[in-house]
Design a protein around this ligand. Structure first.
Ligand SMILES: Cc1cc2nc3c(=O)[nH]c(=O)nc-3n(C[C@H](O)[C@H](O)[C@H](O)COP(=O)(O)OP(=O)(O)OC[C@H]3O[C@@H](n4cnc5c(N)ncnc54)[C@H](O)[C@@H]3O)c2cc1C
Length: 473
């Protein structure tokens, strides 16, 4: 076993947005900081490297954001998508912090740009990172390096030593790294396929649904530390089957497919399962408010697969995915090309087309194009699928991040039996479940990680200062 030399003030475990925000803030507060990232340098940045934007409250137009997005509207959006499974005090803290974080982000080299067309109608609510999450990650690492934050790659922490509720040291294999305070920001457990399998269990068809999930982001978020903390008595929040899950192209790679494998044409067409049947209202609400429920919906279908079907009218109205769709000049030919049962598929399509009421199609508002006497209904943007060529995309559930995490408070402290640890803090996906009990609204993951990363960094620096003072006393 090796023992580290001079004790660092703040140890940050993880290498994505939450960890970097914590490390930068702790360093700015005067603490010495060491960051441990599990991945090699070229894969640094966890899921954050795949992000594009963060959701920001604002009362008036602000640089890249148009109009206003007041606190109450943000809160109501969050309340809606979580169905009330959120901690209001912590959620409001995140919302308010989102109004003021961008000047700080800019100081550390993050640049913003207006939303791109086709980017989920987000010009008012979401500030986009110039160069995406990869540029943000690079900027933060550069700034951290310039400020003297120590950074170690290929340093996966497998457990930590506690003295009661107090953090003492982290273990990386045989190495013990002591510090005065610690921030846990090591992501969820979405890349741990065995844990996902356990959490989702077996369904009524005898399938293990999780075996067919794809992981949209990093392979390094294995939840080893989360499991260790829960086993060590840290208070949990959230349900292990709740996650941000998107319907993605079934041809996506197992890990790190990122944003370009998302299929964004659901609300412009219909979705059928492998039996050729529709199973949910594709036009329930705007896509930014609904895209994150479709992974779960697909997970409940036989074989955890489904097919998004559109016609020529939809082309050019959504962000094109990286793989072209399967194309055919008739719907029966499309069914054959996708391997769907032709008769059942055509019965579904004929019933849908006949049920579409005339209306004025407008994808930018909840329009009056809907179906009549059809179950399930399509309540907006319902137009007959009748104009060749037709396209179909096979879908699979794509897990973005899991919500089971560590319960925390406004200081970001890890809690044990309701009592806050004096020097152990948590940020990002590892605690996002405090705010997101279920559901999602685009960009809030980065809002949570940025707010709590900075709080955790400040709290850890203060705790380290106190530990130092206590040691001298
Ligand atoms: C494809 C995709 C697109 C997304 N787009 C957006 C978006 O536009 N806006 C948005 O708000 N959110 C988005 N998200 C969600 C967003 O990525 C997360 O909410 C956010 O990045 C979480 O930050 P984090 O620091 O908690 O986790 P991560 O960025 O995942 O970082 C976790 C880090 O911990 C490291 N780690 C894991 N285990 C250990 C260990 N034992 N020891 C040491 N290090 C460890 C990992 O290597 C990684 O660096 C997206 C996610 C994906 C996958």
């Amino acid at each position: 076993m090796t023992v580290a030399g001079a004790m660092v003030d703040v140890l940050v475990i993880g290498g994505g947005n939450a960890a970097l925000c914590a490390a930068l803030t702790a360093r700015e507060a005067g603490a010495s900081v060491l960051l441990l990232e599990a991945s090699p340098r070229e894969w640094r940045g966890g899921n954050t490297q795949h992000t594009r934007n963060l959701r920001c409250m604002h009362d008036a137009p602000q640089d890249v954001l148009v109009d206003a997005y007041p606190e109450e509207e943000f809160w109501q959006d969050l309340l809606g998508v979580t169905g009330g499974r959120t901690d209001e005090a912590l959620a409001r803290l995140v919302i308010r912090a989102s109004a003021t974080c961008r000047p700080w982000m800019r100081r550390h080299g993050v640049h913003f740009q207006p939303s791109l067309s086709g980017a989920l109608h987000t010009a008012r609510t979401n500030a986009f990172f110039m160069g995406g999450g990869k540029a943000l990650v690079n900027a933060y690492y550069r700034s951290a390096g310039n400020l003297g934050v120590g950074i170690r790659y290929e340093a996966p922490v497998d457990r930590i030593d506690l003295d009661g509720t107090r953090f003492v040291a982290a273990r990386v294999g045989g190495e013990r790294i002591a510090a005065r305070a610690c921030v846990l920001a090591a992501g969820g457990f979405e890349s741990n396929r065995e844990w996902l399998r356990q959490a989702w269990g077996t369904n009524a068809r005898g399938e293990h649904p999780a075996d067919n999930f794809l992981i949209r982001g990093t392979r390094f978020n294995t939840g080893v530390l989360l499991r260790h903390m829960l086993d060590s008595g840290a208070d949990a929040v959230g349900d292990p089957t709740q996650a941000h899950m998107v319907a993605i192209d079934a041809r996506a790679p197992l890990y790190d497919g990122g944003i370009c494998t998302r299929i964004d044409c659901v609300s412009l067409g219909v979705v059928v399962n492998r039996d050729g049947r529709r199973f949910y209202d594709e036009g329930e609400d705007f896509w930014p408010k609904r895209y994150a429920i479709w992974g779960r919906l697909v997970a409940q279908q036989p074989g955890q697969t489904a097919y998004s079907i559109i016609d020529a009218k939809a082309v050019g109205r959504f962000m094109p995915p990286v793989f072209p769709g399967v194309r055919a000049d008739s719907l029966p030919a499309l069914a054959r090309a996708l391997g769907l049962p032709e008769t059942d598929f055509m019965a579904t399509m004929d019933a849908y087309n006949a049920a579409c009421r005339p209306g004025t199609f407008d994808h930018t508002r909840l329009d009056d194009c809907r179906t009549d006497a059809l179950a399930p209904a399509k309540t907006h943007w319902a137009r007959p699928i009748d104009t060749p060529p037709f396209f179909g995309y096979a879908l699979r559930p794509g897990v973005t991040f899991t919500y089971l995490g560590l319960r925390t408070d406004e200081t970001a402290a890890v809690r044990f039996g309701g009592a806050p640890s004096p020097n152990l803090f948590v940020a990002g996906e590892m605690m996002a479940g405090n705010v997101l009990g279920q559901g999602y609204t685009a960009g809030v993951g980065m809002s949570i990680g940025t707010a709590f990363g900075r709080i955790a960094g400040a709290s850890a620096a203060a705790a380290a200062g106190k530990e130092r003072a206590d040691a001298l006393a």
